[in-house]
Unconditional design. Structure first.
Lengths: 322, 357
């Protein structure tokens, strides 16, 4: 029995809808950025959607995630409302961080997502405090820490995974290995071929997961989160994935080949799950219908963001201290 | 002692005059304050290196001795030697509504976790648009003790530059207890700097024979963060200092009184927020300001007070504002060099005499 069959078609369709939400959200943001409606810079998530969706589907709003400078997908998967997320990218007063976070600090405590931490490895050390609080309070909450392959060479990766291990904290560390830290290839940054192998150094399980397959991530993530909740301590998951676009908006991607990009796009998580669903008898029209629904949600989000009030100068001086 | 201090030390002593004196060291006062807060609020816990290991040190300076026996090692959390993890754990737990007291064995090690303090603890509230807060305390011992360049720095000034963090310096037992309790209850990250030579009896000799134990009432009290205390009233010159330098200033003030120079010695206690009301009232009265700190001169917190005093009190000043600080070199070990670098009694005396001429 395949994992899709275990989940059932309805659940799998919901994962498909979530993948679409993340992809279409980023397509909107890309266009709005070109139109000059989104300020600053953006680091986009196209290609990596299976990781955020597969993990966050196991979490409720009382579970927490930490994210990175590339947080839009995590926010959508964790349930940040598209309206408040889009308004945050438009840096409006109605944004989930009142326009103070913007793209790189997108997050919403109301749904269990810290403002994204845009220091590489920054979330790795903060997340252990989340796990520690859950453990001290003896709740069943879990935390998921998303980070890139670049973070694995930060000191925070080492200190935090070791600390979480010796304290048996309910944390899943999810490395989204998209092969490049900005422009630097992973193989130039480490002699260990797989990040997952590093788990051995901390006495915790480490698993390689196909990060282009939402069902694979969902299956591995579900087991890891259940183990964390059961008090078995942290797990390191390395999701092999790929970002279709540049590191940030100014990146022309001269450090990688078009062939490599095409190879990874051939593994596209949305196309893949769509094909699997159709093989189970789901009609193309059903998939199109989900897409139309997602586009309507995003039409509404962009409209909301555009029409929202601007932040005020006075707001800049608020919220530094409690 | 001061009009702006809501819990004056003299009054507190008088109030409990019937009781036998209960003299505590700073270490004992901190321990008592921390224990009271841990009994009051189950969200309070301690985290750091070598703080609760059975048969261990009770923290680098013994502040936590006895606490693991009362509260258990679940709330006195020993960590690997991982300062980023200690600070990160404190930030994260505070974000979840707990009230961690994190421990740095030496303030010099704070540089190991600058990201967690400066980029995370200080900014999480602001970046979340006010939805989150980070009610954590970080204790850090400062001060040179013949241990050289990496175990004796006074890095308070690095942190007054970071919006979102409060910075407290404790110099006596009464205020140490009142302030550590306020720090635990504060909804912001609070860094509490303590001087190694002032924790216990050893400091007495180093501080020129002063008895650093102090009456600490049995009754619970808090001392607010952001209030300075006038340690010695005077009319000739305002002297602002913290930690061990404060006691040197008090010793100098005794000597200079014989020459007719009456120093008003103020312990700011909190550098952020700063009790400018008490400071400027004093400067306007004396017309002279000398700031003394063991931190190095350039960019030290004395520079901030000097700049603000020039802004607020210029037309009350009768002499240039002076700073007495460590010279801008790393700390040497040899006592003769070390005591040359930090503000010693002779240097403090000479500068105060100079502005009072």
């Amino acid at each position: 029995m395949t994992y899709l069959n275990q989940l059932g078609v309805d659940k799998s369709l919901d994962l498909y809808r979530q993948l679409l939400l993340l992809r279409r959200f980023e397509e909107r943001v890309y266009n709005m950025f070109l139109l000059g409606e989104v300020v600053g810079t953006v680091h986009q998530y196209q290609g990596q959607e299976a990781v955020a969706v597969g993990m966050c589907d196991h979490l409720s709003h009382t579970d927490w995630i930490t994210s990175t400078h590339r947080p839009h997908g995590h926010a959508m998967a964790k349930g940040v409302s598209p309206r408040s997320a889009m308004a945050e990218l438009y840096v409006k007063a109605t944004g989930c961080c009142k326009g103070k976070g913007g793209s790189m600090h997108l997050g919403d405590p109301d749904v269990g997502m810290l403002p994204a931490i845009a220091i590489v490895g920054g979330g790795n050390s903060v997340v252990i405090g989340l796990g520690l609080a859950f453990k001290l309070r003896k709740t069943q909450q879990a935390a998921v820490c998303f980070f890139g392959d670049g973070a694995t060479n930060e000191g925070a990766f080492h200190e935090s995974l070791n600390f979480a291990a010796v304290k048996r904290l309910p944390i899943v560390f999810v490395c989204e290995n998209n092969l490049y830290g900005a422009s630097t290839p992973y193989h130039e940054a480490s002699l260990v071929p797989d990040v997952a192998e590093r788990a051995k150094a901390y006495g915790v399980p480490g698993h390689i997961v196909d990060g282009m397959d939402v069902l694979a991530v969902h299956e591995a993530g579900g087991a890891a989160i259940a183990a964390a909740r059961a008090g078995k301590g942290p797990i390191l998951l390395e999701c092999k994935t790929y970002r279709y676009i540049g590191h940030s908006r100014s990146d022309a991607r001269g450090y990688r080949t078009k062939d490599e990009e095409a190879d990874w796009k051939a593994k596209d998580p949305i196309t893949r799950l769509g094909g699997q669903l159709m093989a189970e008898g789901v009609a193309q029209s059903k998939l199109d219908e989900l897409d139309t629904g997602v586009e309507a949600v995003l039409d509404d989000a962009v409209e909301f963001a555009r029409n929202s009030p601007e932040a005020t100068p006075e707001m800049a001086l608020e919220d530094a201290y409690a | 002692m001061t009009t702006t201090n809501p819990i004056p030390m003299v009054a507190a002593t008088a109030q409990h005059a019937e009781q036998p004196e209960r003299k505590l060291t700073i270490a004992e006062a901190l321990r008592e304050g921390i224990a009271e807060e841990m009994r009051r609020d189950p969200n309070v816990f301690l985290i750091g290196e070598d703080i609760g290991i059975p048969g261990g040190f009770g923290g680098a300076f013994g502040v936590y001795l006895g606490l693991p026996e009362e509260f258990g090692r679940e709330r006195i959390i020993d960590t690997p030697i991982s300062e980023k993890a200690i600070a990160g754990a404190a930030v994260g737990a505070a974000l979840m509504g707990m009230r961690p007291i994190a421990d740095m064995q030496y303030a010099d090690f704070l540089f190991e976790c600058m990201d967690e303090l400066v980029n995370q603890a200080a900014k999480m509230r602001y970046m979340s648009g006010g939805k989150l807060s980070v009610p954590m305390v970080m204790r850090a011992p400062v001060g040179t003790t013949n241990r050289g360049a990496q175990h004796g720095q006074c890095p308070e000034s690095f942190f007054i530059h970071v919006p979102g963090i409060k910075v407290v310096c404790v110099s006596d037992a009464y205020h140490a207890k009142g302030l550590i309790k306020s720090a635990v209850r504060d909804d912001n990250p609070v860094l509490v700097f303590e001087h190694k030579m002032l924790y216990g009896s050893k400091g007495r000799q180093m501080a020129g024979g002063l008895d650093l134990t102090m009456h600490v009432p049995r009754e619970e009290y808090l001392f607010p963060i952001g209030k300075a205390v006038i340690k010695r009233p005077g009319t000739s010159v305002t002297v602002v200092s913290t930690h061990l330098s404060l006691y040197r200033c008090l010793a100098v003030a005794d000597e200079l009184a014989a020459e007719g120079i009456e120093c008003e010695v103020i312990d700011p206690l909190s550098l952020v927020p700063l009790d400018t009301e008490t400071l400027w009232a004093s400067v306007r009265k004396t017309g002279r300001l000398v700031i003394v700190h063991e931190d190095t001169l350039t960019g030290g917190w004395g520079a901030e007070i000097a700049a603000r005093a020039a802004d607020e009190c210029l037309f009350s000043l009768e002499a240039p504002i002076k700073r007495v600080a460590a010279f801008d070199v790393p700390l040497p070990v040899a006592p003769i060099m070390e005591q040359t670098v930090v503000p010693n009694v002779e240097r403090i005396k000479s500068v105060i005499r100079g502005v009072c001429q």
